[in-house]
Every structure is written in structure tokens, then in C-alpha cells.
Design a binder for this molecule. Sequence first.
Ligand code: SF4
Length: 705
Amino acid sequence: SRTQPPTSVRTTCPYCGVGCGVSASADGVSPDPAHPANQGRLCVKGSALQETLVPSGRLLRPRVNGQDQDWPEALAAASGAIRQAIAEHGPGSVAFYLSGQLLTEDYYVANKLAKGFIGTPHVDTNSRLCMSSAVAAHKRAFGEDVVPGCYEDVELADLLVLAGSNAAWAHPVLYQRMKAAGRTGRRVVVIDPRRTATAELADLHLKLKPGTDSVLFNGLLVWLSDQDAVDRAYLANHCQGFEQALAAARQSAPDLAAVARHCDLPVDEVATFYRWFADTARTVTGFSQGINQSVAGTDKCNAIINCHLATGRVGQPGAGPFSLTGQPNAMGGREVGGLANTLAAHMDYDTPGARVRLAEFWGADRIPTGPGLKAVDLFDAVHRGEIKVLWIMGTNPAVSLPQAARVQDALARCPTVIVSDCVAETDTTVHANILLPAAGWGEKDGTVTNSERCISRQRSFLPLPGEVKPDWWILSAVARELGYGKAFGYQGPADIFREHAALSGVAARASGGHQRFDISALSALSNARYQQLEPVQWPVFQGPTGRLDGTRRLFSDGRFATADGRGRLIPVHTTAPGQQPTAAQPLVVNAGRIRDQWHTMTRTALAPRLLSHRPEPFIEVHPDDACALNLAEGDLGRLTGASGEAFVGRVRVTGDQRPGEVFVPIHWNDRYASRGKATALMQPVTDPVSGQPEGKHGVASLVPV
Ligand code: SF4
């Protein structure tokens, strides 16, 4: 696709969903002062990117059944396995498991190949573990998966509520912006069972019982109504479902005392939060994995959105619900249709005419008739032997999915596992029959979309090492082997981006203007203009002078993406976490990110200074529990979950935890520390709407090692 990348470029950080701009060259990285997301800032992970660009551990050649191969043999093996599976077991025996690490162009080609030409609906992504509850809630409330606000809103807000979000560690640069926006009269409420680094910013920290967030926000809706603090005119003119949502909320949260009791919070703290929310027009509620990763994740998101709809605070400067996306391109993947229940370009399987429209656009005749299997169900199907070829791209499900041992067992049983990755040995690549060397950050070209709908370019500044190829190239080459070459004749990512942008316009026009995801104004970019593309928030419009303009906020006029233009308040009932403590597993386990590592550490562990922050897996334990269990600071402890799998870590005794609850980091795995996987303690229980696994609530026993 290219021979000589430029020596220095403006690109985008490959880690979290903040999507910071980076000036990068082979000699080092620095913040891009012109990027709107970070405005000259980088966190420690972004600053250490250069240290992760090392040859050690790279996958440089294709491998088939453990033997190095050239590309023609590897492509023949991959396409041969797919062709055979389709012939013998049908297209549904082929599945793809993608990643929020992929660039939009790579994601687009994978989705097109799978759904349009192979004809399998089984395309899911690690975004299922990350944001799928927020996606489902956005669709229920707004009619489309849309984040209404922008980063500036967290600065403009006079009340910033952070629910289930340790932004200080998970979205560090956005947290820096939140912190820098502090001023007299501005308040911050943090809702989290733990006292996290983010809680240091809080004027009020609600250290609630895990899993009770929906009761807290149901109680807020009831309180707002009882105090006559809802916006009746906004509800009448722009929303549906208020009375039903209120009635459901009253069942679980009839009054302050009931909320305080259920959430295990002091009544006066709950009352203070509710009063601040009612009194502050400019309120942003940021929410993240503590809300999403739950059996009631979608309901929790909607309980939050309900309160914003009821007060007319959506898409206003400094006011709105704000889903903080976890991964660098979780939103780009959602745009192309990378989730099993979506089709493409924000069209779902039940969007009228979508399948026909897509078939015409792609020139494909195998569009599946209904949604595919979501991540946990997909790997169960692999375990049952129903999936004959599983192609995993840029992710490590053998660590990141709950009950990791069962996932590894499923991979071992699958007749053909294809893995495209830039890292040679991960817990997942060891199960690959066909390993395909993919380009990594600094080598690949394309776009990503961050938490505020901002599309940014990732640009290459390093040559492709060894036999490494971009993901879009690998996918297109396999498509050609399968006989679909006409539809996959891309010369580079710009070709793919133009097609993706054009499809968004087809979908938006067919929706009669309801669909907001529309970047068709970018569908005629020349290669040169694509190369120079500046960050822009979708939807994108071309002004009379030809200038491309993005959109900072959506739904500001009270018109939503539903057929009748009204937002929906959703009745939210109480759902307890899937696992409850027992005599055998008396402790509740929470799991989350630490500041200096990313996902399963395959890249960040390469930078020694990032490892120095927390050099080994740990277990944070309340002093009362430590005392009762005869554990002291620095001891090794072993947590054993309901499935019998264990997590071993260094004990950190801290009052930041609630009694009876422990916290473990999600990053380590058996490759970096024996028995270091947090997912060993989590069961594969999922939200019935979104399919997102409950990654924040396991149970375990704890003993000294
Ligand atoms: Fe990268 Fe996120 Fe840090 Fe920005 S905040 S530098 S996107 S890890």
C-alpha cells in the first residue's frame, strides 16, 4: 500500500477512547497541540508509546500449524478453511471476533466480507465487553447509538457526575480537562463503590453498594418529579414514556430512605446529590464500565438518561448524559456494524429495507437474515463445536472474556482458529492454526472515532516490518482468494473510507433524515485530502464554501433519531447482580483498569516505566477483612471464584474498599503472572438486552498463599 512512510506525522494514540492527538516519529512522541481532544496533553501511557515500539515479541511472518509460511500459502490456508466450512456446514459455521483496536477501515472490510460475502451474521467484537450496554441504551432512548455531547461539556458543566468511571486512570487526559475546569461553584459527584483516584476530585463521593446504580438514578427521577424539578414542557414536546418510567422507578425507589437503604448510603448524601442535580441546569453525567459491565447495564444507562430527558438536559452546552467509550475505536466499530446485532452504517437487521439496501450497495447477495451471536454466546457456540472457523483480529479473548479457562478450551476445540495480530505470543495466539502478522500502531493507516464522535486519522510513520500487512489488506486478500475480488479491490485505506462514508449517506437518506450518523460529505475525499483529514465530529456537512464542518452536539433542538422524533424514557426495574456472595465465596470482587497498563498488557508491558506503577497483580482489601483473614499489606493472597479458578495477587490493605469487597486489576494474565487473570473470577452472565458480560461483579473466597 505504500513504500516509504513519512518520518514524522500527526496521528492518534491507540489506547483509550479519549483519542488524543500525537505527533510521532521513529525518534519519539509528543502531544499534538492542534488536536481538539487533548489540546497538548498526553497521559503516561501515551507519553510512553515510543517505548512500546520495539521488535521484541512481534509477529513478523505468517504461520500455519506452527510453521512459518509465505503469504500465498497462508492466504490459501485461511480461505481454504473458510470455503470448506461454508460447503460442509453453511456460512454460519464461520465467525469473526473483532476489536476496538482495529481501525475503521479494517473493521469495515471485515464486516463486509463476513456479512456480505461469506454470509455469516456471527461478527462480534471486544466492544461487547466495553460499551454494548451504552449502545443499547442510546438506541432505546434516542433511536440511534449517539453520544449527544462533546468533551467541552465536561468543562462547561457546573455539576459533573461520574458514575462507574475512574476517569483519572481510564480516561486520563479527559480527567485532566475535568480537573483543569474546576472553578468556584462547580461541583463534582463521583458514584463508585471504591474510593478511586477520580474520587479525589469529588465534592461528594457516593460509595454505594455495587450493583445499585439504577436504584440511585430511579430515586433521582422520583425525587425530581416530587420536587417539581422536571421540565414538563420538554417532556410534553419532545419525549415519551415519562409516566411509565416514573411508575417503575417508584417501585424500586419510592423515597430517599428506601434509596439510601438499598444503596447502603447515608440519607443526607443521597439528598445532597439529588438537590445538586435538581438545581444545576448545566449537569453532565459521565458513565463508563462500572455502569456498562453489568447484567443490568442497559437499564442502568437508561436510568441515567431518563433523568437527563426528564430535565431537558440532552445535547446542551455543559449538559447531557455522556458515555465514556473505553477503546480507541469502539465507536468506529459501532459505525461500521461490528456488533453482532447490527448490520452496517448504523443500520440494524430490523431497519426497514436495510438488507436490500446493503446488498445493492455492496453487490452482495448473502446478507444474513438476522443478528448473530454476541461474544459470550459466540464462544459458547465455539465450545459446542458449531463454529468451524473463528477469525480473531487484534484482541485477546483467552484473557478478557469471563471464565477464561472455558474460552481457552473452546479455542482448543475449534477446528480452525485464525488470528491476526501484531504480537506473536498471547494467550490467544497459542491456539491459532493460522497466524497472520498484522500492522501495529505507527505502521498502519486509517481512522478512529473517539468518545465524542470525533473521527481522527491514525497515520503511519514506520515501515512495515518483515512480512507484516495491514488488516484491510489481509482481509481483502482472503476475499480475493474466495472469489470476491471485484468487491475488495481496494488500493489503500482511503478507498475503504470513501466507501464507508458513502454507505453512511445511503443509510441516512433512507431513514428520512432520522439517522444522525452521516459522513457522506467525506465520500469524495481525494487521497491527498484523506491524508490531510483533520479531526471532525460526525455528522459531517459540507458548507457552501466547500468547507467540511462537524457537529459538536446532537438533539439540542429536542428532536431525536426516532421515527417520531421523540426521546424515550425507559421503565427501569431493579436487577440484582448475577452472582451473590455465599458462605463459600463471601467476598464481592470488583475489577478494573490501572493507570499505566492497557488491556492485556501485550504492548504496555514492553515499557519498563509503565510496569513500575503497579509491577504485579494485587488485591485491594478493606482493613477489617484483612484482619479477619489474617492478611497483612504485602502478603500474597489467593482469590478463588465460583468456577474454582483462582487469582493470586499482592495484598494491598486499604480503606478505599468497602468491607466485604475486593478489587483486582484486569490487565495481567498467566503470561505475565501465574494466576493473574481477573476474568477467572467472573462468570459469563450477561445483560439480556446488550449481551454485555458482568465484568464488575464476581464473588470469591480469599486466603493467604
Ligand atoms: Fe492515549 Fe487515552 Fe492517554 Fe490520551 S488519555 S494519551 S488517548 S491513553
